[in-house]
Design a protein around this ligand. Structure first.
Ligand code: FVH
Length: 291
């Protein structure tokens, strides 16, 4: 199905910010690209660059051996899959839409029901990073399909296969994004606190960047503690943090900010101390999150 060595026919369904960046990267890499978007006008810039624009998802799936889906959510992906006739049979569907492990597993079953192979993916990049050195994508699902299309998928950046369970890519994706959102919420709270006294956020940004970066070096030792179940610390125990966190709650209240994040943290610390883990390090909190 290739016209020149390494060239693959690929359809991209969904030309939002991310889907357009993916289609563009595939064109740059020399692949034969067909594009579809619910709002047809968005196909224009890619058609100008040589992509074939089609009016229906079914035409797009029929056009290529490899089909990339990048829609807003997996409800949209399910709708598109359900709208297809026989076109999906023999295709490899690579769903790069953000979603949950359960959704990915469900879509894998639905794809198989239509005779298609399924890979789910979690993109660790914003659109501007696609095809750049720092971009990569977690994939899981059909390992043979991943092997066959790994070099085409490399157009987006690094490609890391994390398991035959279709849900694993979403799990890795959500895990990394959980860390990111925790950092974002923490950083924005720091700025909000500074602003309550008219301190410019930009004044806090420098020391905050250094501090958060230094603290992130603790991620690997925490990971090792979590994997081994050995949480003892000579750095900062649950008991020490339990004594300090009320200061954060009180400061946020005094400054007119919502202390909900620290109240939740204090509840977790209390749970740890009640269970006899007061001397353990913060890594113990990962266990305490279990319901
Ligand atoms: N943008 C980012 O930084 C992140 C990076 C990591 C991965 N995410 C996920 O990628 C998915 C797409 O995100 P996006 O940034 O491309 O999002 P939009 O620009 O809003 O484009 C959304 C596309 O979805 C189409 N769409 C929406 N609803 C439907 C529907 N019911 N049926 C068919 N297509 C639908 C929409 O079409 P249109 O509005 O142009 O007609 C766009 O093509 C997403 O999961 C991120 O979490 C991006």
């Amino acid at each position: 199905s290739s016209s020149s060595p390494g060239s693959v026919s690929v359809s991209v369904l969904g030309l939002g910010m991310m889907g357009s960046a993916l289609a563009s990267a595939l064109l740059d890499a020399g692949h034969r690209v067909t594009v579809w978007n619910r709002t047809f006008a968005r196909t224009g810039p890619l058609a100008d660059r040589g992509a074939v624009a089609v009016r229906t998802a079914a035409e797009a799936v029929a056009a290529s051996e490899l089909v990339i889906l990048c829609l807003l959510d997996n409800g949209n992906v399910r709708e598109v899959l359900d709208s297809l006739g026989e076109e999906a049979a023999g295709r490899t569907l690579v769903n790069l839409t953000n979603g949950t492990p359960r959704q990915a597993r469900d879509l894998a079953v639905r794809a198989a029901g239509r005779g298609a192979r399924y890979l789910d993916g979690g993109i660790m990049a914003v659109p501007q990073m696609i095809a750049g050195p720092a971009a990569y994508v977690f994939y899981s699902g059909d390992e043979k399909a991943f092997g066959e299309y790994e070099s085409a998928l490399a157009a987006f950046g690094g490609a890391q296969f994390v398991g035959a369970d279709a849900g694993f890519a979403a799990l890795y994706d959500i895990a990394l994004l959980t860390g990111m959102y925790g950092m974002v919420v923490g950083v924005l709270q720091a700025f909000a606190l500074a602003r309550t006294e008219n301190i410019p956020a930009t004044e806090v940004a420098g020391p905050l960047t250094d501090w958060v970066g230094a603290m992130l070096t603790g991620a690997r030792p925490w990971a090792e503690a979590i994997d081994s179940g050995e949480h003892l610390t000579d750095v900062s125990s649950l008991a020490v943090n339990h004594a300090a966190v009320p200061n954060f709650v009180e400061t946020f209240r005094d400054q007119g900010l919502d202390p909900a994040f620290f109240e939740q943290l204090q509840k977790l610390l209390e749970r740890g101390i009640e269970r006899g883990h007061g001397a353990d390090g913060l890594s113990r909190l990962a266990d305490l999150l279990k319901k």
